[in-house]
Ligand binder design. Structure first.
Ligand SMILES: Cc1cc2nc3c(=O)[nH]c(=O)nc-3n(C[C@H](O)[C@H](O)[C@H](O)COP(=O)(O)OP(=O)(O)OC[C@H]3O[C@@H](n4cnc5c(N)ncnc54)[C@H](O)[C@@H]3O)c2cc1C
Length: 440
């Protein structure tokens, strides 16, 4: 089979690996110049090693991603730092850590021992987990996360301290509009599965080097090659007027809608076209900081307290030097999800406020951390369309299309996950199976 994949994000590359393994000759069209899509390497002259377009975090429940890394010869144990779930705030006021106990005891003990939560809040957290389990982890379709938390009597303090940061990290959507069903799915997979599933996996290398580079080496890559025309039929598919037996379209839904507008109308599939056009997107900002001197955080990933009136809009800070195993200079990444206001604010003021947030909260840590060294270089990346808004009632298209020669892939397809890496990988594998049932 002569197969084309459009888009070299994690979904498209997962599809290309599965199709190649099933014997197809695969060509990947990618508009950019780096494999990885929204999770890719970015070079920057003021930083010694490559950065990412945005700091990412994986979990032990990302089983398909981890297996795919192995399939292309990459070792997740060496490339990802695996740590038991630990949520610790940089100011030292909150700390939740899962002990090495069998599931589900590890989570119960973690919650009961959490520092910074009242006893009432610890019990309310357990009540919510039990309530979700009783609902088989499927809250009513129209519910928002706010609705779910209110229904299970979670206090404002608990929401601020625990649920809001988790919801923003997992769904990149505000509590008031985030889908309770998708949030429950994330909680089920990462907190109510095996102990290993709740582990946090932090990349020790750039995101393209994790596995997209290796996957890209196995197929014919056409970088800088934007697909502008797709003509599917029952016999084959024309991509930019070149004939293939089959193709996976693994681009964001708005781009898929543009490319398939005429073919879908002609096929009478206006429902699918409408679904592709219905997605909204939300931004994520990542501030990369190179420090003048070494500086270690107590944990490689720590929570930040938000105070938006002061521009303190970061939710997490990552110690990238610690992750890279580098003992020379300090390097941090500060992440702000749902960064809707940031793009309109003054860039320099945004950077200064985020630096101030980290320095101030570190100065309050009970372990008396040395003061944050001077910042030698700062680079703020704003991904305006980082993820789709994970709102209730969204119609997520399947991987199949009206044509047997075309499958869809992307984190936005009907994966059951919000817009995350594991969803992208699963969608790519599923799209390959749609075209060739032997591809797995
Ligand atoms: C800043 C940021 C932080 C994130 N944090 C996390 C996290 O911590 N954990 C997590 O699991 N997920 C996270 N995500 C989400 C995760 O990155 C995405 O879910 C995933 O990368 C989506 O992959 P994809 O293949 O579906 O789409 P994409 O990565 O968008 O891939 C689509 C590809 O298609 C290409 N393309 C588009 N149009 C064309 C065309 N016409 N012709 C050719 N090529 C085309 C694009 O250039 C792109 O490479 C984050 C995302 C961002 C942006």
């Amino acid at each position: 089979m002569k197969a084309a994949v459009v888009g070299a994000g994690w979904a498209g590359l997962a599809a290309s690996v599965a199709l190649r393994e099933a014997g197809a000759k695969v060509t990947v069209f990618e508009a950019g110049h780096t494999p990885g899509g929204r999770a890719r390497r970015v070079f920057h002259t003021e930083f010694d090693s490559p950065l990412d377009n945005g700091q990412h975090l994986l979990s032990g429940a990302y089983t398909h991603t981890l297996a795919l890394m192995r399939r292309v010869g990459r070792n997740p144990d060496a490339l990802l730092m695996r740590r038991p779930l630990r949520l610790a705030s940089l100011d030292g006021r909150f700390h939740l850590s899962a002990p090495r106990l069998p599931a589900p005891l590890h989570m119960a003990v973690a919650i009961l021992r959490a520092r910074g939560l009242s006893w009432a809040d610890r019990l309310a957290t357990l009540r919510l987990m039990r309530g979700l389990k009783a609902m088989s982890w499927t809250p009513p379709r129209g519910w928002t996360v706010q609705h779910l938390l209110h229904y299970h009597g979670q206090s404002d303090a608990l929401v601020r301290q625990l649920w809001e940061p988790l919801c923003l990290a997992a769904l990149n959507t505000p509590l008031a509009t985030a889908s309770a069903a998708l949030f429950a799915r994330v909680l089920r997979d990462s907190l109510a599965g095996s102990r290993e599933d709740s582990d946090l996996l932090l990349p020790c290398t750039d995101l393209s080097a994790l596995w997209p580079d290796a996957a890209a080496r196995q197929v014919t890559m056409r970088y800088g090659n934007t697909v502008r025309q797709i003509r599917p039929s029952a016999e084959g598919i024309d991509i930019n007027q070149e004939r293939f037996d089959a193709a996976v379209l693994a681009v964001p839904p708005a781009f898929a809608a543009r490319l398939l507008d005429a073919p879908l109308r002609e096929a009478g599939a206006t429902g699918l076209l409408g679904a592709l056009k219905a997605f909204d997107y939300l931004p994520i900002a990542t501030l990369n900081l190179r420090l003048a001197e070494p500086w270690r955080l107590p944990e490689p990933m720590m929570m930040l307290r938000e105070e938006s009136a002061r521009g303190h809009v970061g939710q997490w800070v990552f110690d990238r030097a610690q992750l890279a195993g580098d003992t020379k200079a300090g390097e941090l990444a500060v992440v702000a999800s749902v960064a809707t206001g940031i793009a309109d604010r003054n860039r320099q003021q945004t950077i200064e406020a985020l630096i101030d947030q980290v320095a101030e909260q570190a100065s309050r840590h009970p372990a008396r951390l040395p003061s944050m060294p001077e910042v030698a270089a700062a680079e703020l990346f704003i991904e305006k369309r980082a993820t789709f808004a994970a709102v209730p009632g969204l119609t997520r298209p399947l991987n199949s299309t009206p044509w047997p020669t075309l499958a869809l892939a992307g984190d936005w397809t009907d994966t059951g996950y919000p817009g995350v890496l594991e969803g992208a990988v699963r969608s790519g594998l599923q799209a390959a199976r749609v075209l060739n049932p032997r591809a797995d």
